[in-house]
Design a protein around this ligand. Structure first.
Ligand code: NAD
Length: 530
């Protein structure tokens, strides 16, 4: 371009392009408070320096560019992994409670920017601001949780069969945890991994989704401040924004001891095989195709709002979104009618995710809108009836109507697939065994819910012949998990568990230690070797 324009013209063009960035609109002043600029380096390894392509991050509400980001390339990744390994060498010897204290400070730092960071998540991902703030709150909560955990990362002591011997377990850090995250939880997924990886003594290299780099940069800046204030090498929490090539470098790298991957089952399958090929450790959090079962004895006053929240919330872009509603034939017509009314009430509240009145924001990008349209066309071609919605809204941004589809077979290919959009397939059953079989017949196994008032059904649902998912709920929606429990799913959801319970063990390696404090050398199983 410069060959045809003189210096003055180039400067004018650059000014015009900069003025189109949302960061220069006073409405989004919170971006600057988070340290976001017009041009941002998307790589941090103790220093902010990137060498990859410059890209723009867009707001799904209007598809306008927010700010520029210079991505990292494979060379930047190489620096980040080297620096993160160096940082690990010191960090692994810091006593766990001291590590916990620093993670506590990260939580406190996030608290000071809770609203601003929540707004950035909302602007860049497209979820409503209450959910954006909620996502940052999850990171704060897991910091508190990890702080407590740092004083209770316990190993067991077992009775030894040999006299004068002690048999015990010691847990040690792994080294570097590589986190590859999805666009739909640009803050919380990293938070879950980051807080647990740090208290367990690891360093972290993060590759966020290519369409949410600004959230990753803002989060890393806050974490950096805390590490520097505590004289900890800030490369401990390194960041490389970029595309699949950076992800591939991380996945294939033996120096990355655990790959924690959150994303689609399609990419997760490739990543899983590649990490396994080098005998690396894996934590996979992949797609879901979650169902709510409404039994004949369910409290329908709870079913309707729970279904709307889980099917329509985050515009259907949660891994735990309810995509299938399996209703007993005795209450089927009543539930469908009530749902249609509830959906209609929300239509006027589809809009800009940063407006406080909005309940339903946009889809993340135009590709997602394309997938929404394609799935609806496929559902209609298979004999499905659109009870509500089914349309893209004629306005700027990526807005669609939440959609209810009836009349499809429970095993129709479109029903078995995860379409990352607010489309709810409504199915019918006549006994609970049949409903459970429908719940379990999909390839994914993330979240599931049964609405019933019968205690016998509850324990059947939780037991060996019940739901085969990682999350098995009763009388609550499929989405909206708390951090205290282990989060994740079975089958093509990948089998990983993050967040609460004993998920911390995945970030550590177990040593079984037998210590002989006697002067004899007895062998186990009474073997005599003489
Ligand atoms: P995606 O699979 O397209 O991308 C996820 C990440 O993988 C991104 O950072 C991407 O850049 C990276 N990537 C792409 N190709 C790669 C490769 N060859 N090697 C290494 N990395 C690569 O997923 P998405 O569209 O960002 O997210 C939506 C999906 O994530 C949905 O399927 C959703 O269900 C799932 N998800 C699951 C959970 C969970 O906890 N189970 C949570 C959030 C999202």
């Amino acid at each position: 371009m410069n060959r045809f324009l003189n210096k003055g013209m180039v400067a004018t063009l650059q000014r015009r392009m900069a003025s189109q960035l949302l960061i220069n609109d006073s409405k989004y002043a919170f971006l600057k408070e988070l340290g976001i600029k017009e041009n941002n380096a998307g790589v941090f390894h103790g220093k902010w320096a990137a060498n990859g392509q410059t890209v723009q991050s867009f707001a799904p509400a209007n598809n306008s560019p927010i700010a520029n980001v210079q991505n990292g390339n494979v060379k930047d990744y190489e620096i980040a992994i080297t620096e993160a390994r160096k940082a690990y060498n010191d960090w692994c010897e810091v006593p766990a409670p001291r590590r916990g204290e620093i993670v506590r400070q990260i939580g406190d730092k996030l608290r000071t920017q809770l609203q601003n960071l929540g707004k950035l998540v909302s602007l860049e991902m497209g979820k409503i601001s209450a959910e954006g703030v909620g996502e940052v709150q999850e990171y704060v909560d897991i910091c508190d949780y990890a702080t407590g955990l740092s004083r209770s990362l316990e190993g067991k002591i077992f009775p030894s069969e040999r006299p004068g011997h002690a048999l015990l377990e010691q847990w040690n850090p792994l080294g570097v945890v590589g986190v590859i995250s999805a666009f739909n939880f640009p803050c919380a997924v990293y938070g879950w991994n980051n807080a647990l990886a740090l208290v367990t003594g690891n360093s972290v290299v993060w590759k966020p989704a290519p369409s949410t780099p600004l959230t990753a940069i803002a989060v890393t800046k806050l974490v950096e401040e805390v590490l520097v204030a505590n004289n900890v090498n800030p490369a401990l929490c390194s960041l490389v924004c970029g595309e699949g090539d950076v992800g591939q470098a991380l996945v294939k790298d033996k120096r990355v001891n655990l790959v924690s991957f959150t994303g689609s089952s399609e990419i997760g399958k490739i990543v899983g095989q590649q990490v396994q090929a080098r005998f690396g450790k894996l934590l996979l959090e992949l797609g879901g195709n979650n169902a709510i079962i409404v039994n004949e004895d369910a409290d329908l006053n709870m079913v309707v709002p729970a279904t709307v929240f889980a099917a329509v919330g985050t515009a259907g872009q949660r891994c735990t979104t309810t995509r299938r509603l399996i209703i007993h034939d005795k209450v089927y017509d009543q539930v469908v009618e009530r749902l249609k009314k509830a959906y209609a009430q929300f239509e006027s509240r589809i809009g800009c995710p940063l407006d406080s009145n909005t309940i339903i924001g946009p889809l993340h990008n135009q590709q997602a809108v394309g997938k929404y349209k394609a799935s609806i066309a496929e559902a209609i071609a298979s004999g499905g009836k659109i009870e509500y919605g089914g349309k893209v809204l004629e306005r700027e941004g990526n807005y669609v109507l939440p959609t209810i589809v009836t009349g499809l077979k429970h095993d129709d290919p479109v029903v078995l697939r995860e379409t990352f959009a607010p489309i709810l397939y409504v199915l019918k059953f006549s006994n609970l065994e049949e409903a459970i079989a429908i719940n379990n017949e999909v390839d994914q196994g993330l979240s599931s819910s049964l609405f019933t008032t019968n205690i016998q059904n509850v324990f059947k649902w939780m037991g060996p012949k019940g739901s085969d998912c990682g999350i098995v709920n009763v009388n609550i929606p499929t989405s909206g998990a708390e951090i205290g429990g282990a989060f994740g799913g079975e089958k093509e959801t990948g089998g990983g568990r993050e967040s609460g319970s004993d998920s911390w063990r995945q970030y550590m390696r177990r040593s079984t230690c037998t210590i002989n404090y006697s002067k004899e050398l007895p062998l186990a199983q009474g073997i005599k070797f003489e």
